[in-house]
Design a protein around this ligand. Structure first.
Ligand code: F0G
Length: 364
């Protein structure tokens, strides 16, 4: 009886969220209020069909970070950024966003009882992300400009007015996001050979590197991975070596021309002997469809850039390597792209509602 009860209780308690799970590695104290939606602990899923395409006896896994509470990796950083903002007495937060940061900031701010202001590029945020920010109760301000302009504005607003900036220039964001690396090591037993990640502002590639280095120093892993960053070809300032004034890509999450963490991202790439590579929208969409139709994994287009990138540079992969591709956001975030870019011969409409008509279409 007692045993059943305690088992039930521990099941109910379950995973405590990132701040409790990795407390000793994070800048929190007993005084920090923990604002959590029990984010983190996302699956590392083998993707054999991708491994097969790479060849060379490699093992490939995807880190399904779209399974976080608001559907993207942003929750890893937001639990810490919002907890620290609350600890400091903030009443409201602000961010610029291509969509996912705004959804995450809105959810965590509202859970903490704070106001949330989000600036988005009008017309360039995927439907699911906009729906989230609205329903979570953020003030959504769509500007007639792109993400880079929105980020400049929110930096100034946060300087002048009593609102806390929760873009990844807030150091707590990257501190929280580094837990992705901890989880990869905790699951694999060591760091992988390569960590493939889509790059927009360069925050996540920086955070993963921080996490691997910290775990390495703590003796939790013996080696460090190469950080392999992938940008969309129409929004590839780091690859090209200069800002892009009018970035364009189907992967709206990474439609960024002047990354906020540019220097840190390059430092991570250099220290890890990794690289930055551009992938075309066509390559992104191919990987996006491949993951869904071959592996049953629905990620958003920006996330598929990590897999598209791996396939693009597969000739550089060492034999027998272990590779992790980070799938940063859930596919349901962007239903428009999914419908527009699925194969149109799959969707047959106007069928008579009879068994015979359906069977005929099925080819029986
Ligand atoms: N993947 C997804 C799904 C994203 O939403 C982002 C960034 C990235 C990758 C790139 O990560 O910026 O750390 O290099 N999204 C931000 C936002 C810009 O506003 O949601 P990064």
């Amino acid at each position: 009886m007692t045993l059943t009860l305690s088992l039930k209780q521990s099941k109910l308690r379950g995973w405590p969220g990132l701040l409790e799970a990795y407390r000793s590695y994070l800048p929190v104290t007993e005084e920090t209020p923990v604002v959590t939606l029990q984010e983190g602990n996302t699956p590392l899923v083998p993707v054999p069909s991708i491994a097969h395409q790479v060849g060379r006896e490699v093992e490939v896994f995807v880190k399904s970070d779209g399974l976080n509470p608001t559907g993207s990796f942003k929750d890893r950083g937001m639990t810490l950024a919002i907890s620290k903002a609350k600890e400091a007495g903030a009443k409201a937060v602000i961010c610029a966003s291509t969509g996912n940061t705004s959804a995450s900031a809105a959810a965590y701010a509202r859970r903490a009882g704070m106001g949330a202001f989000v600036l988005i590029p009008d017309g360039y945020v995927a439907l699911g992300k906009l729906a989230q920010a609205l329903l979570y109760g953020a003030e959504v301000l769509a500007i007639k400009g792109n993400f880079d302009q929105a980020l400049e504005i929110v930096r100034d607003v946060a300087d002048k007015y009593p609102v806390t900036l929760v873009n990844s220039v807030n150091p707590y964001r990257l501190e929280g996001q580094k837990t992705g690396a901890f989880e990869v090591v905790d699951t694999l037993g060591d760091a992988p050979d390569w960590l493939c990640v889509p790059v927009g502002n360069g925050g996540n590639v920086t955070a993963y590197w921080m996490g691997f280095c910290q775990y390495h120093q703590a003796g939790k892993c013996d080696r460090l991975p190469k950080m392999m960053g992938f940008q969309a070809a129409g929004a590839a300032p780091i690859v090209k070596g200069h800002p892009i004034a009018t970035p364009e890509t189907v992967a709206s999450a990474i439609r960024i021309g002047n990354p906020a963490s540019w220097g840190k991202a390059v430092a991570a790439q250099q220290a890890s002997q990794g690289s930055f590579t551009a992938v075309s929208d066509k390559e992104i969409l191919e990987a996006y469809r491949l993951l869904a139709s071959n592996e049953g994994i629905f990620c958003e287009p920006a996330s598929a850039a990590s897999v598209a990138g791996l396939l693009k540079v597969k000739d550089q992969v060492p034999t027998g390597a272990k590779i992790v591709c980070v799938l940063t956001g859930h596919g349901l975030k962007d239903p428009d792209v999914a419908i527009k870019h699925s194969h149109n011969n799959q969707f047959q409409q106007g069928i008579e509602p009879t068994v015979d008509a359906v069977a005929a279409v099925m080819g029986f």
